[in-house]
Write a protein that binds this ligand. Structure first.
Ligand code: S3P
Length: 426
């Protein structure tokens, strides 16, 4: 199987392309709703993003060159698009209204607005911390040194993007390594980024008044989407699949490490580098899994993969305990609760204990339950995947959100032998 492009890298390629001088050409861009909304947003800000043949081209406006959009920017379901663009808007003397769907309008924005306001961003609805919001940026941001209060690549990226437009050096300090695509890609575009590891923390410094130049980018396959195919292969007897060209950046591969510890037969073949990121072909064969304890430190490197890991933990022998899941509560849904409830209605014994999720693996799942997805694509895909091996089929209440990250999900699963049916009204 060949997977669509990584969502995190796709958002960044469009946004950095918009800030660069000259044209950026992107191959393998993920054409899912979240990313298409970011493409529309950069176009509305004056950096036309258009597809020509297989290639997306972004006509960059150069640093500080974005212009006031004619109307509100709608980010749909995407926290990444919203938060990264807040960092961009902060550094431009423009006023921008940002909106999103019901899920995104509930998600916390203070984590990004806090540091950006220290730098000089204004929020025109004082005290408001959820979308819709109107932001006013400026061309003389103040550089800051910002220790991340939560392990979030989105917050880190927003501050670094604003830092590109500040007078001086902006530093983000992270105590737990989060995905580092922003740092890698900023360097690739020519920004001055310094990374220092000191006393167990990472200090990431970007120089302001940066000059970025348009680049050619190839987006690797999304490991968070590959996770569903890998999980399916592990739990469906007789499976043997190879997923080509998957991003294997160590800040993203926590799930694969965990699955190997559970006894999953997973091999990384043909490891290579593409556009500054490591990629590999991932071969996964059906395996007998055993329960494990997943340490809290690993959470940032597999934050989007807990729903599917929890779902397939039911097929393992013994208990799987996943620690350090506080951030799961503020994703597209409260994923900690949505995952636990979804397992429960399908006959799995599961418990939430503080920030931990504990699943009692019995090497099978009864299934037959109807899962509430709460506008969350990964809840839908995790439980459809579990349904491939459950005793009775699993129903999810909504599949429309899958298009936000992995529109090819159903088709690819069908190619591998899965069957989907429309459930009768309940
Ligand atoms: C992302 C970072 C993660 C992740 C999201 C994409 C990114 O969020 O959950 O799907 O592209 O930076 P946080 O950084 O807020 O944890």
């Amino acid at each position: 199987m060949r997977l669509p492009g990584d969502k995190s890298i796709s958002h960044r390629a469009l946004i950095f392309g918009a800030l660069a001088t000259g044209t950026t050409r992107i191959r393998g861009l993920l054409e899912a709703e979240d990313v298409v909304n970011t493409a529309r947003a950069v176009s509305a800000l004056g950096a036309a993003a258009e597809k020509h043949g297989d290639v997306w081209e972004v006509k960059g406006r150069g640093p500080g060159g974005l212009r006031q959009p004619a109307g509100p920017l709608d980010f749909g379901n995407s926290g990444t698009g919203t938060r990264l663009m807040m960092g961009v808007v902060a550094g431009h003397p423009i006023t921008v209204e940002m909106t999103g769907d019901a899920s995104l309008s509930r998600r916390p924005m203070r984590r990004v607005l806090g540091p950006l306001m220290q730098m000089g961003l204004q929020v025109l609805e004082p005290g408001k911390e959820t979308l819709p919001l109107t932001l006013r940026g400026c061309s003389d941001l103040i550089p800051i040194i910002y220790p991340l209060p939560v392990p979030s690549a989105q917050v880190k990226s927003a501050v670094l993007l604003a830092g590109l437009h500040a007078a001086g050096e902006t530093t983000v300090i992270e105590h737990e390594a989060t995905r580092d695509h922003t740092e890698r890609m900023l360097r690739y575009f020519g920004a001055d980024v310094r990374i220092v590891d000191k006393d167990g923390a990472r200090y990431i410094t970007v120089k302001g008044d940066a000059e970025l130049s348009g680049r050619d980018i190839v987006v690797p396959g999304d490991p968070s989407s590959a996770a569903f195919l890998a999980a399916a292969a592990l739990i469906v007897p007789g499976s043997d699949i190879t997923i080509e060209g998957v991003l294997v950046n160590p800040t993203r591969t926590g799930l694969y490490t965990t699955l190997q510890e559970m006894g999953g037969d997973i091999a990384f073949l043909n490891e290579r580098e593409e556009g500054g990121e490591p990629i590999a072909d991932v071969r996964v064969r059906a395996s007998e899994l055993k329960g494990v304890r997943v340490p809290a430190e690993r959470a940032p490197s597999m934050i989007d993969e807990y729903p599917v890991l929890a779902a397939i933990s039911a097929f393992a022998k013994g208990t799987t305990q996943m620690d350090g899941l506080a951030e799961l509560k503020v994703k597209e849904s409260d994923r900690l609760q949505a995952t636990a409830t979804g397992l429960e209605v399908n006959g799995v014994s599961v418990r939430i204990d503080g920030d931990s999720l504990i699943v009692d693996g019995k090497q099978r799942m009864r299934g037959g339950g109807s899962v509430a997805t709460h506008l969350d694509h990964r809840i839908a895909m995790a439980f459809l995947t579990a349904g491939l091996a459950s005793d009775k089929p699993i129903v999810v209440d909504d599949t429309s959100m899958i298009a936000t990250s992995f529109p090819e999900f159903q088709g690819m699963m069908e190619t591998l032998g899965a069957r989907f049916e429309e459930a009768p009204e309940q």
